[in-house]
Every structure is written in C-alpha cells, then in structure tokens.
Design a binder for this molecule. Structure first.
Ligand code: CTP
Ligand code: MG
Ligand code: K
Length: 179
C-alpha cells in the first residue's frame, strides 16, 4: 500500500510543482498577447510566458533531483521509487503547464472570467496534460511507471492535494482564489 501510494505521488511530483511555481513567478506578457476569440480572451491574462517557462523549468529541475534521490529515499522507505529520464521530467512538467493552459481555453469558451472556478477541470487538467505529454516524450517509461493502479491513486489523491495547496497559497496571500 505504501509502495503504491508513495510511488504514485513520487512519479507525479514533477507535474505537481509547475503550477505552484507559476503562481509565484507569473506576470508579464500573456501567452495570448491579449487576443480574443469571440467575446472572450483566447486564454486570459493568467497564462503568461514567464509563469509557463519558470513552472516548466522548476518541474524539470525537481525531476533531476528526484532522479538522483530515488535510490536513497526508496531504501529508507523500504520500497522502489521510479527515477526520471530527462524526457520524462520534461513531459510531466511541460504537460502540466499545457493542461492548465488548455483548461483556461475551455474556461474562456464557456464564459468563465479569469480566476473563475471550474470544479473537476481545475483539479485534474494538469494531470491529464502531464500524463499525455509524458506518454508522447517517454512512452516506455510512462507505461511502465504509471500502472493503472497508480493512475487510480493519482486521480483520487490529486484533487485533495490541489485543494490543500491552493488553500494554503490563498491563506498565505500568494494566490487570488483558493482553487
Ligand atoms: N500563471 C502564469 N502562467 C501560467 C499559469 C499561471 O503566469 N501558465 C500565474 C498567473 O499569475 C495566474 C496565477 O499563476 O493568475 C494563478 O494561476 P491560475 O489559477 O491557473 O490562473 P487564473 O488567473 O485563475 O486564470 P484562469 O481562470 O485562466 O485559470
Ligand atoms: Mg485560478
Ligand atoms: K488553473
């Protein structure tokens, strides 16, 4: 059980941190350059080049650290933890950012203003993006590491982690909304 839960969360860590790093680093030029589609912004002012670049870089850097730490941490816990080839780390980190950007596109098309909540999508957009891009960049690694059981753990635990981290970020005053 520990092996299943710890392994699943460990494997997702490079996809968990990019969005939080983007919140801290965000600002500057929006990716959509202010363009609109219909009545609404294409993506909105909350998706910036800087946030996306810093978020991706932080996720990749964390993957490198986790890759080096996997044997020692696994030993200490008495389990085997996955390492991260660079293409897997990049797929997870960039995929998480792209999933979040894709969700903003969907939010704007459905009439939601920047910052509006979209329960379900908000908590899982980056999971879907991360897994799909990891599958594209590192197919063998992704299929081996993300077993159906681990994916099930990720889908159940991620929304809870996401609500908790964003709640804390809101409470600390670094995020405008608690979702
Ligand atoms: N951010 C960023 N670039 C990204 C993602 C996030 O700069 N690719 C920063 C922005 O400052 C953004 C903040 O992180 O306002 C919070 O992110 P998020 O909640 O995803 O964006 P929202 O502003 O709520 O916009 P949206 O409604 O489009 O999700
Ligand atoms: Mg938001
Ligand atoms: K979001």
């Amino acid at each position: 059980m520990l092996e299943l839960i710890a392994g699943a969360l460990w494997a997702m860590l490079p996809a968990y941190v990019p969005n939080n790093a983007a919140v801290l680093a965000g600002g500057g030029r929006p990716i959509d350059g202010g363009r609109t589609l219909g009545d609404a912004r294409l993506l909105g002012g909350g998706k910036t080049w800087r946030g996306t670049a810093v978020g991706t870089a932080v996720g990749v850097a964390l993957a490198l650290v986790l890759d080096a730490a996997a044997p020692a941490v696994g030993d200490a816990l008495g389990i085997t933890l996955p390492g991260f080839p660079i293409n897997a780390g990049l797929g997870l980190a960039l995929g998480a950012m792209l999933g979040d950007i894709g969700a903003s596109f969907v939010k704007r098309r459905s009439g939601r203003e920047r910052g509006a909540a979209f329960p379900g999508l908000d908590q899982l957009d980056f999971v879907v993006g991360a897994l799909l891009l990891a599958l594209l960049f590192a197919p063998d690694w992704t299929l081996q590491v993300f077993t159906p059981a681990r994916i099930a753990v990720v889908v159940v635990v991620t929304p809870l982690l996401h609500l908790a981290t964003n709640g804390i970020a809101y409470w600390l005053g670094v995020k405008d909304e608690p979702w």
